[in-house]
Design a protein around this ligand. Structure first.
Ligand code: FAD
Ligand code: DLZ
Ligand code: SF4
Length: 508
């Protein structure tokens, strides 16, 4: 008789997960386990650990309430072996089970480990497709095959057509696929921004927060003001609140940044999507409905849908297409070590200080802070991609390698040489100044190009272009910038390289 151990990982918290189909209540056991190996293989932000453990504990209750038999290992259990392998082995023995069923792990590291269990445990291991995504790995490979370049825009159009989202008679609603040109408005300080969803921690969450504080005290991040949703119902409320109160401004202010305003008009649902509490289809449909109901304009709805139906699925596809090599690519041969202020926020550069301190407090920063402030700095200063990836994997509650790595290595650092994007997102201080009020209170002057008080992004940008001229000058999207560089006087180039050398010496 088959008696299955059904392993549900901490990012698979959904009753519809494929590993639960065919569950036999007579014979099968569901295993969920909090293991120190997962919490410490990189030292995850404390809030991220507390979030996952609390969401896992709540989900195990939901499973039990739905009639499933669940074996749950808590982090503080004395018998906890500390690893998935140890807990699976223990559970197989305790319940005399003879088969393991699991939805494929979202991360390469974890999936490779699970693939080795059959031999090690002398037990059949059935690995099922991850049905939390809108395109399967196989279909992504089919889409990618034979293409000279893999670009989001083509992929996104295909996804819109396949899933019939914002379409009318096979054409995109509004006559355009992309309304980004409407989405670059700046925000004035003092605007009343609706609050993000806030959930008061219950008994389970409070317990987990205390455990995290005790067991992972030396990890990065603050635990105070924990307000994340930790159940599916709460996550659905967070989505509903976003659609009702912020979606109608999402597009307009998608790139805006403001001192002391970490949440703005973003959805803050990435952490729920990535651990299974929300499914991408329901987020996309909720936004599409808001457009048809006249709650939000097309530029906002299309912009939001593109992030989930487009970018999220696209980066996952790239990840599985390019792993494991993708972990070690380093197009610019960048070697610099991560400056200590990435952990403390102690820098005179106000944009970085704001973004890092908000990250420390909330395990969250929005896309433009990640890309154009922190990522851009890492690119321009030549920080080592392995170190930068580890930092991004640690600090955000929504970070799992399948989504973090392509965003950091591909989008922010261009360390893949152009697999994911067509050019590096490198920029001087002007962009940050245009999209935020950070520069107004910064020690540095954004309109100074060189010298002691100049905004470091300004000379670092040109220094980056000078240093990587050979690798980038045949990129047609950079031809205007290289034209400008070629016209620069020798003195100007000397100032740029001198300022950069001096600045780079100070970041340790
Ligand atoms: P919103 O801005 O409201 O967007 C809605 C949703 O769209 C997000 O929740 C997310 O699910 C999806 N989305 C948007 N952009 C992307 C993208 N580029 N890739 C994948 N999904 C996207 N996202 C993660 O989920 N985990 C990460 O570890 C992560 N690391 C990043 C690192 C860098 C350097 C950069 C530039 C981006 C990273 N992103 C990551 C993408 C994006 O910044 C976050 O998804 C977003 O900021 C999460 O906040 P939100 O839920 O408020 O998103
Ligand atoms: C992120 C995370 C953490 C911190 N802890 C656990 C855990 O103790 N148990 C668990 O099942 N999952 C955890 N996770 C999520 C996993 O890292 C994630 O499910 C896998 O890496 C996916 O490959
Ligand atoms: Fe950032 Fe430069 Fe503006 Fe300061 S002046 S906030 S360093 S962009």
């Amino acid at each position: 008789m088959t008696k299955a151990l059904r392993l549900v990982l901490g990012d698979q918290l959904n009753l519809k997960i494929s590993s639960l189909t065919d569950y036999d209540p007579e014979t099968d056991i569901i295993l969920m386990c909090e293991v120190s190996e997962e919490a410490t293989y990189v030292k995850h932000h404390k809030k991220k650990i507390a979030f996952i453990f609390s969401a896992m504990r709540h989900f195990s209750t939901e499973l039990k309430n739905n009639g499933y038999t669940v074996e749950y290992t808590r982090i503080e259990d004395p018998d906890n072996t500390g690893s998935f392998f140890g807990e699976v082995e223990r559970c197989l023995k305790t319940y005399d089970l003879n088969k393991i069923v699991v939805t494929e792990a979202s991360e390469y590291r974890c999936l490779e480990e699970i693939k080795s269990w059959g031999k090690q445990l002398n037990c059949k291991v059935l690995i099922l497709n991850d049905n939390r995504f809108l395109i399967s790995k196989t279909n992504f490979i089919k889409w990618a095959q034979g293409r000279k370049e893999l670009r989001l825009e083509n992929f996104y159009r295909e996804m819109r057509r396949t899933h019939s989202i914002l379409m009318s008679n096979e054409k995109p609603i509004g006559g355009k696929w992309n309304f980004d040109s409407d989405n670059r408005k700046t925000l004035a300080a003092g605007n009343e921004i609706p609050q993000t969803y806030k959930q008061e921690p219950d008994q389970i969450t409070r317990e987990v927060i205390n455990l995290t504080a005790k067991l992972f005290y030396n990890h990065f991040g603050d635990l105070n003001d924990f307000h994340f949703a930790v159940t599916r119902d709460q996550a659905l409320k967070a989505l509903e609140l976003f659609v009702k109160e912020r979606l109608s401004s999402f597009g307009d202010y998608q790139d805006a940044m403001l001192n002391g305003e970490p949440w703005l008009y973003h959805s803050h649902i990435g952490l729920y999507l990535n651990c299974g509490l929300l499914l991408p289809s329901e987020c996309v449909h909720a936004a599409e409905k808001a457009y048809h109901d006249g709650i939000a304009r097309l530029n906002c709805v299309e912009g939001f849908i593109r992030q989930i139906l487009g970018w999220r699925e696209f980066v996952r596809g790239i990840y599985w297409l390019k792993m494991p090599e993708y972990e070690t690519v380093n197009f610019f041969n960048a070697k610099r070590k991560l400056p200590s202020f990435f952990w403390t926020g102690e820098t005179k550069m106000n944009c970085l200080k704001q973004s890092i301190l908000e990250t420390k407090q909330n395990a969250y920063a929005h896309h433009i802070q990640r890309l154009m402030v922190i990522g851009n700095f890492a690119l321009l200063t030549g920080l080592n991609p392995t170190a930068v990836n580890e930092w991004f994997l640690i600090v955000y509650a929504d970070a799992y390698q399948w989504v973090e790595l392509p965003n950091v290595t591909g989008m922010a650092l261009f360390a893949d040489g152009g697999v994911l994007g067509s050019k590096p997102y490198a920029s001087g201080g002007n962009y940050i100044n245009k999209m935020s009020n950070y520069c107004k209170t910064c020690y540095y002057k954004v309109n100074h190009k060189n010298g002691e008080t100049a905004c470091p992004y300004n000379y670092l940008y040109w220094n980056f272009m000078i240093e990587n001229k050979e690798k980038l000058s045949n990129n047609s999207r950079l031809s205007i910038m290289f034209g400008t560089l070629n016209r620069m006087s020798e003195d100007k180039i000397k100032s740029i390289t001198n300022d950069s050398r001096k600045f780079l010496k100070t970041i340790k």
